[in-house]
Design a protein around this ligand. Structure first.
Ligand code: G3P
Ligand code: CA
Length: 354
């Protein structure tokens, strides 16, 4: 199932997490790479409204190895597949339920029952203040008819596709904002883990990763809830920078994650040192480099690296083409990547991983 490019691990250990890497070592790095796997970010969300079953079906057909679910809870404790804790950026909730916003003007999924959420029409993402599409060249907002699925509905849909196509795509649920849910009196971690277990995802061999930004809650999933599934610690730009502050910080941080998790999910540009914008923190050569501090630091602690998010229509600064981006990702040895365009990412990875 996995195409894990770990060719650089030996080198990594030899150079103490990649600080610093001599040009002679880089020159010796093997050029042959395995293709990283593709995680369809909110489904094939570059083509269809995010987190709809239609977007998941397309991603499955495009050959994504994993399909992502962001998960939040409803008022009646049902996990639903939704990126935000709010409903007003991807649905007609304001039109259907006027007066149900909180004091901040936002419509929270946790204030609506599943039966109410089922009445909504899901949409391509738009700005809830202006109504404008976030990605103007993608599927038009408020067009056609889509729904917000529950986590269990989506799992059963994917398992159905796995059966009918004979190709197993894994699931990749993200537990959204456990602290927010706890303040609302809800244990989202336990509820999500129960749904996964009930639907056959129980061990590290099962095609499922659980991801979360909140370290203490992800640790609890492993240590208190006893979940044996593979866990991915998500890292925003700030967390990535903190890990890269020094060799000691890198070792301490990655070993800490490795004590409960199986990998990290870093912000994309943080694994691309040539474009990270802080040369003093990311002392690497220009584009065309073969090493990444974060990838090598994580691999030294035996953690996989799954950066987010490859977007054909929103490339990292300084990248002129998507092909260049994917070439660098293969070269620095990531294990998998989130993409809004699974077909494109898969093709690029296949062409560079030879
Ligand atoms: O889960 C990986 C990536 O999706 C994290 O960012 O905000 O898109 O959920 P976000
Ligand atoms: Ca996510």
């Amino acid at each position: 199932m996995h195409w894990i490019g770990r060719a650089s691990c030996v080198l990594v250990c030899a150079v103490s997490c990649g600080f610093p890497i001599s040009s002679s070592v880089m020159a010796d790095a093997p050029m042959q790479k395995k293709r990283p796997f593709v995680i369809a970010h909110r489904g094939a969300s570059g083509y269809l409204p995010e987190h709809t079953l239609e977007a998941k079906a397309l991603a499955h057909a495009q050959g994504a190895e994993y399909l992502e679910q962001d998960v939040v809870l409803t008022k009646d404790d049902v996990p639903v597949v939704l990126h935000d804790i709010h409903l007003d950026t991807i649905s007609n909730v304001a039109e259907l339920f006027p007066g149900r916003a909180r004091a901040d003007g936002r419509y929270y999924a946790i204030d609506f029952t599943l039966a109410e959420i089922r009445q909504l029409n899901a949409s391509e993402r738009f700005n809830h203040k202006t109504g404008k599409a976030v990605f103007p060249n993608r599927f038009p907002p408020h067009q056609s008819r889509f729904q917000i699925p529950s986590l269990e509905e989506e799992i059963q849909f994917i398992q159905g596709l796995n059966k009918s196509t004979g190709r197993v795509a894994g699931i990749y649920p993200e537990i959204k904002q456990p602290t927010f849910h706890a303040k609302e009196g809800k244990d989202i971690c336990k509820i999500v883990v129960d749904v996964l277990h009930r639907n056959g995802y129980k061990t590290k061999e099962d095609p499922c990763f659980i991801q979360c930004f909140e370290e203490e809650h992800l640790r609890r999933v492993r240590e208190e809830l006893g979940c044996q599934l593979r866990l991915i610690q998500l890292l925003d730009g700030k967390a990535c920078d903190a890990a890269m502050m020094s060799p000691a910080a890198m070792v301490e941080t990655m070993n800490r994650y490795a004590s409960f998790a199986d990998g990290i999910g870093p912000y994309l540009t943080a694994v691309l040192p040539a474009v990270a914008g802080s040369p003093e923190k990311h002392p690497f050569p220009e584009t065309g480099h073969q090493k990444s501090l974060l990838v090598d630091g994580a691999h030294a602690a035996k953690l996989e690296v799954h950066p987010w998010t490859c977007r054909e229509d929103e490339l990292p600064k300084h990248y002129k083409s998507s092909a260049d981006l994917h070439r660098d990702l293969v070269q620095i040895g990531i294990d998998g990547a989130f993409s809004d365009f699974p077909d494109q990412t898969r093709n690029h990875f296949a062409s560079f991983a030879k």
